[in-house]
Structure formats: structure tokens, C-alpha cells
Design a protein around this ligand. Sequence first.
Ligand SMILES: *Cc1c(COP(=O)(O)O)cnc(C)c1O
Length: 386
Amino acid sequence: MDPLKWLTQRQQQGNLRCLRPLVRSLGRPPCLAGSQRPCLDFSSNDYLALSTHSQVIARSRQFLEEYGAGSGAARLMSGDLDLHHQLEEEIARLKGQEATLLFGSGYMANTGIIPALMGRQDLIFSDRLNHASIVDGCLLSGARLVRFRHNDMDHLAALLEQKKGRGQPLIVVESLYSMDGDKAPLLELVRLKEKYGCLLLVDEAHATGIFGASGAGLVEEAGIAGQVDLVMGTFGKALGSYGAYVAASRVWIDFLLNRARSFIYSTALPPAVIGASLGALEVVKANPGLGGQLLARAAFFKKCLAAHNLTVESDTQIMPLLIGSSETAMTLAAHLGAAGFFVTAVRPPTVPENTARLRFSVTLHHSEDDLARLAALLQSVLAGSA
Ligand SMILES: *Cc1c(COP(=O)(O)O)cnc(C)c1O
């Protein structure tokens, strides 16, 4: 492989990725490096603004000072600290499951859990829009991968029927899809998994902290915690920290801690990170209305967009505006950036060919005024590019 040739080709397609550092300091809006101009970040997953919450920072600092900077080893060596168990118990309680296992990140969780559950003889049914970490977990497992059309339960049912009688298959979905902002039909998934004797793994990366009466996610909102075998989620998004977890029965957790290689062969999360995650869970528990506030703000943005004749198909905090061509999406993002709105153009291969989009993620860092200004600007920028 000639790397320069490869990069040039990527650039010609308008799909070259590059880093754009943000200069951040607490209490002030971030700036793009090299610019004095503050910008509003519309591509962050810090939905509840917890990464800068004083209580989250205080708990993180407390744990850092009490326990030190690093955990020193993997959990199965000497890195297993009481604070890891404290966080696992909190998550299990929140999720309505018997037990929980922490992972270094969501990517590590999915690439550890799926190969631990499934092998060469097995079948995995995976939504076509599942996150790369799920896809990679499936590939790593060596199982036969059957991808069903996004959220299409008729298609899934037909595939399950067609492949029936070949052991215990796994269905894996996200509860809230990160690029489209739509929700999985969880009740129908539970019906199908019961009918066909499948395991069900739900990734709640974008829903944790936001949906459900206690902020546990969409599985809680649907009232099906008892029917989902494994619920995975992350601390790096709405909870403003870092790391991930899977919640399930005690038996599944004991099984995973013996088999999931990304758990076994990796250093335990450091105390400051655990402190931040515990602090975030405390804030969510004490303020059960936070998720509702976020969704109300997202609904306000949708209304502003509609007033400018712009339609997004989402009822959540993730709002994709479909553009099509990667180049146009990039140009639009650059215009918005120049006006102080940091918006990412999501392009292939993250999304299918010709479905490049501007992905707006609404967070509690944004005021209604910010959202109204962005919607107005977007209309004029789009009119200019047409
Ligand atoms: C972000 C994300 C992950 C990965 O989580 P990290 O902690 O960032 O590694 C996994 N699954 C989904 C659906 C995600 O959106």
C-alpha cells in the first residue's frame, strides 16, 4: 500500500480525515486552535454538559488525590480497586440488572463482549447502521454475520426464519443510532428474540443518562430491562467521563470477565475517571429532569429548522441534516465554522455513499438563542450553496 497515493485519493473524494484541535478552558467557550474566536460545539456528545460540571470535577479530583493517577494493572492482576466495584454496583442498580462489568471504552466493550459470546459456529444478526465497534466485534468473533436493513423488523424476522435451527443466535442493535438519531424498535426486538431464542445485546451509548425515568436509557423507558440479556453503554457521552460497561445477569458477567479479552488484557480504568463517572451518576440521580431538558432543547431546534423550511427526521438530541455529496457537506461545515459553529460533516465510510450529512448534536451547553441563530444561518448558507 502506498500511503501517499491512498491519502491523495481520499482527499480527491472529499473524504480525507484530519484533526482540528479545540482550545478549551473551563468557564469559557472553546476556540479552534489558532483562532481567538469562541465557537459553539455542535459535534460533541457531552449532551448533559456533565464534563464541565463542578460536582463531576470535584469527585474526579477527590478520587485522584485519594487513590493516585493510575490503577497500575489489569483488574484480574492487582488493578482491581474497591471503586471499580462501587461504580459497577451503581450501574447495575440503575440498569435494573444483577451485575455490571467495566471496560476501558465503548470500542473495547463491543470488541470484547461479542467475540466472548459468539464463535465460528454462531450467527449474529446486526443492524446495518450499527457502530463500527459492533461491526468489528462481530468480525473478530468469526461468527457468520447477517446484517438486516436498518430498523426493519420484517427483514430481521425473515432472516431469523430463514436461518432458524442453527444454535442460539445473537441480535445486536443500538437503542439510539449515533448518525441518524433514530431509536430501535425495542419491543419488537424483544418479541423476535423470544420467538427465535436469540440473545439480545443493546448498545445504549447515546441514550444512557438521557432517556427513562431514572436516566438509565431507552431499555428503561421501554420497561424491558428484564428481557434484554446484555445492555452495554458508555461513560464518555452524556455522562461526560470516559469508559464503558455492560450490565447483565451475574452469570453473564462472570462469563465475560473470564472470556472478554479486551477486559482481561488491559489496564483498569484510572481512579479520576471512575470518580468522574460516579459524580455524573450522582448528578443524574439528583436531577432526573436533565434528559427531558435536553430533549426539549432539541425539539426547540427542530422547530427553528422547520421555520426555515429545513427538515430533520429525528426526535432526539442527534439531528442529522442530509446533504448528499461529501464536498458540499464539507463546504457547508466550513461556512458554519467560520461563523463560530463547530459542526462535523459526517462522510463515507462512516455513513453510506452519497449520504454525507451535517450532524448536529444538541447539548445543554447550547441556549435557545444559540439554536435559533444556527438555524437562521444554516438557511442562508444553504441558499448560498444552492
Ligand atoms: C461512541 C460509541 C461507542 C464507542 O464508545 P467509546 O467509549 O467512545 O469507545 C460504541 N457504540 C456506540 C453506539 C457509540 O456511539
